[in-house]
Design a protein around this ligand. Structure first.
Ligand code: PLP
Length: 399
């Protein structure tokens, strides 16, 4: 008999399954609000001019394609650290941060999770309720038992912070807390800086381990302000983990460019940690690919290209904001009495609209507008051509 006889069909990934259904839909006016990808006003994934310039430089140089070091390019890792902790960082000066180039933010989370599991496989991991749909599966795949801390409050469309803090205070020492640094996915609801400080204090008091996931630096208020929560961790003296990604901020989704940064107590601990993380990488994929990391490092280390990138990133951020205000205006213009102004307060690419699964289904059936059944929509998939259709469809299904 076949060695695969007992293999069952796995459930489809909810978001990628949505894409397949969208592709198969013949309606010309269809809209896909499901994926977490930034599209420009023409509905295209942009190739940033700064990226194109760096790629052209590299093509001209035609460098040989040797292996990278296990931890990736030093220039890239250094550039990541500066984005996370700033140009003037006591933590970096003290050699307390170890950064490795990873295969996207997902790869960074997985290497971090695998390493943490080697340190303490009986620790429990807590993610936000709700969270990015891959967090739970990823930490479970690394061997952890995964729970969730209270986060979103549907009644206020904000964070139920007192419940979150109370939960954190009840977790066993050594528990791993996965936090979204900014632009919470899927809710768009972030903590205030004062609340972040309380989280940092609680993590210290209860001896918890923070794993800060930063997939959207630059999508809320800008590179520096979006790192504010992370800087509180940096100033706290705590040891912690950071996964970061350039998928969105450089529009380099398919190149898989991310990084894992581990903050330790001192330079000596950093060296020991790096040596062990390299073993995790070596037995997974040996060393990272070259292209994406070099492109990002080239842009970040050249003053002109960096300024150009920041401008392009601001352009993406501003367009998403414009889509937020216009969506709210147009839903109101379509005669809806319910207040949708919360969409403007939410940050990052997503909005938790409050649409029910049944309403989302009607949007799909009647209008060819695809969204996640939780009511999450990607604002970056709206544009000047489809926003009216979407606003009218929302107005019609909630009427
Ligand atoms: N973490 C969060 C919260 C995300 O939303 C995403 C991507 O959607 C990732 C991590 C993964 O990023 P990447 O595509 O770089 O693997």
């Amino acid at each position: 008999s076949s060695i695969f006889a007992a293999v069952e069909m796995a459930p489809r990934d909810p978001i990628l399954g949505l894409n397949e259904a969208f592709q198969a839909d013949p309606r010309a006016e269809k809209v896909n609000l499901g994926v977490g990808v930034y599209y420009d006003d023409n509905g295209k994934i942009p190739l940033l001019a700064a990226v194109k310039a760096a790629e052209e430089q590299r093509l001209k140089l035609a460098p040989p394609r040797g292996y990278q070091p296990i931890e990736g390019a030093a220039a890239y890792n250094k550039a990541v650290q500066t984005l996370l902790f700033g140009t003037d960082s006591a933590l970096l000066d003290a050699g307390r941060a170890v950064t490795i180039e990873a295969l996207g933010g997902t790869g960074a989370l997985k290497i971090g999770a695998d390493f943490l599991n080697r340190l303490n496989s009986s620790a429990k991991v807590y993610i936000s309720d709700p969270s990015w749909e891959n967090h739970r599966a990823l930490f479970e795949a690394a061997g952890f038992d995964v729970g969730a801390y209270p986060y979103y409050d549907a009644a206020t469309r904000g964070v139920n912070f007192s419940a979150m803090l109370a939960a954190l205070k009840g977790y066993a020492a050594g528990s791993i807390i996965v936090l979204h640094a900014c632009c919470h996915n899927p809710t768009g609801a972030d903590l205030t800086l004062e609340q972040w400080q309380q989280v940092v204090d609680t993590i210290r008091e209860r001896d918890l381990v923070a794993f800060v996931d930063m997939a959207y630096q630059g999508f809320a208020d800008g590179i520096e302000p979006d790192a504010a929560a992370l800087r509180l961790f940096a100033d706290s003296g705590l040891e912690f983990f950071v996964s970061s990604s350039f998928s969105k901020s450089f529009s380099l989704y398919g190149e898989r460019v991310g990084a894992l940064t581990i903050v330790t107590a001192d330079r000596d601990a950093s060296a020991r940690v790096l040596s062990q993380v390299k073993r995790v990488i070596r037995t997974n994929y040996s060393n990272p690919p070259t292209h994406g990391g070099i492109v990002v490092a080239t842009v970040l280390s050249d003053a002109g290209l960096r300024a150009q990138w920041e401008e392009e990133l601001a352009g993406m951020r501003d367009r998403i904001r414009l889509m937020r205000t216009q969506l709210v205006e147009r839903i109101a213009a379509a005669g809806v009495k319910q207040d949708f102004s919360f969409v403007v307060q939410q940050r990052g690419m997503f909005s938790f609209t409050g649409l029910t699964a049944a309403q989302v289904e009607r949007m799909k059936q009647e209008y060819g507008i695809y969204a996640v059944s939780t009511g999450r929509i990607c604002l970056a998939a709206l544009n000047s051509k489809n926003i009216d259709t979407v606003a009218k469809a929302i107005a019609s299904v909630i009427a």
